[in-house]
Design a protein around this ligand. Structure first.
Ligand SMILES: Nc1ncnc2c1ncn2[C@@H]1O[C@H](COP(=O)(O)OP(=O)(O)OP(=O)(O)O)[C@@H](O)[C@H]1O
Length: 327
């Protein structure tokens, strides 16, 4: 399968700041690909290089086989971008803004009108077509950003935090729209600080930090790398930790009447644990298995990288970029 995005050793320096540090990434056609990283990891810089807003300092980047600099026009015409910032012409009705945008991609005025109407219908704000951007509600502004990305019928949709600051209902609505587009064949590159968004939507997720890639895998594979916690509540509190001989167990602790077992195989180990405890006359009255969340994997990967850097530097570095409540 050919690649929608391919970058090799991509570098970007803003003066002394190394925003991208040899980033190599491949996104297959039709994939729903998530880019996760703490603030300042270089996600927006990566996107801006793909769409020609920022010139790379080194390495290679192409979109559907077109080099983003040498073959800029061909690459750019395949991409629809919904940026983080509302960089919209505020003085025209939104339908007109879309028609201008389509014109920029070489689409005739008649066709542009049809595309604009279709895009506004897709995102559910067709009835607002004669309204200026400034007069839309916050949620409608987000919908409009998506419509503007869609007006050129892109093969690659790039969404830079498309649901930042929207309520839960709209977030789910936007997820549905984007998922439908992906089902119809549009490749999607998504950056998000909402881990649930990546978990729900993405086929593959790249976790990056300090301008380079830490890992790429499906959300399921990433979560499987972490440990499960099996909590077994016993009818009577034991005086000491029962013997649990199973090489799949990493750790056992006692928390009042509850045994807390750490293992990479919670679902498989749990029945064995219950049997083994039963043989030792401990009755299990409740059992709970919690799996590692993608958020935990993310935090452990990015904080580990920061620690390694601090250690190898041997000097103080800036505080790690905050992962905040939602990453
Ligand atoms: N125009 C610029 N001039 C100087 N430094 C910049 C510029 N744009 C970005 N940077 C720096 O490059 C690094 C990467 O920034 P970037 O915006 O690409 O990260 P990000 O992962 O998109 O962050 P966020 O999640 O906060 O949007 C940061 O240290 C940032 O301060």
């Amino acid at each position: 399968m050919s690649l929608a995005i391919s970058t090799t050793n991509l570098e970007k320096n803003y003066g002394d700041v190394r925003a991208l540090d040899g980033l190599s990434l491949s996104v297959e056609q039709g994939e729903f690909f998530g880019l996760l990283g703490p603030n300042g990891a270089g996600k927006t810089t990566f996107i801006n290089i793909l769409v020609g807003l920022v010139r790379k300092s080194g390495g290679e980047a192409s979109v559907f086989g077109h080099d983003v600099e040498d073959d800029y026009r061909a690459a750019r015409d395949r991409i629809g971008l919904a940026p983080q910032e509302f960089n919209v012409d505020r003085f025209f009705p939104i339908r007109e803004v879309l028609i201008h945008k389509a014109g920029y991609h070489g689409i005739s005025t008649k066709e542009a009108g049809e595309r604009a109407d279709r895009a506004l219908r897709t995102v559910g704000i067709y009835e607002k077509r004669e309204t200026r951007f400034d007069w839309l509600s916050g949620g409608m502004k987000r919908r409009f950003m998506l419509a503007r990305a869609l007006v050129s019928d892109p093969d690659l949709l790039i969404l830079d935090e498309p649901t930042a600051g929207v309520d839960v209902e709209l977030r789910h609505d936007l997820w549905d729209i984007i998922t439908d587009l992906n089902d119809d064949g549009t490749t999607v590159l998504l950056t998000t600080h909402y881990i649930e968004e990546a978990e729900q939507l993405c086929d593959s997720v790249a976790i990056m930090d300090s301008g380079s890639k830490l890992t790429v895998a499906s959300p399921e594979t990433l979560m499987a790398r972490g440990n499960d916690t099996v909590r077994l509540r016993l009818r009577e509190q034991p005086t000491r930790i029962p013997t649990l001989d199973d090489e799949r167990i990493d750790n056992v602790a006692l928390d009042d009447d509850t045994l807390v077992v750490t293992t990479a195989h919670g679902g498989e180990v749990a029945p064995t644990l219950v049997r083994s405890l039963d043989h030792q006359d401990h009755t299990v009255v409740d059992i709970d298995i919690s799996r590692t969340s993608l958020e935990e994997v993310f935090v452990s990967l990015t904080s580990h990288k920061q620690q390694t850097e601090d250690e190898s530097d041997g000097r103080e570095t800036e505080a790690p970029a905050s992962t905040g409540g939602s990453l």
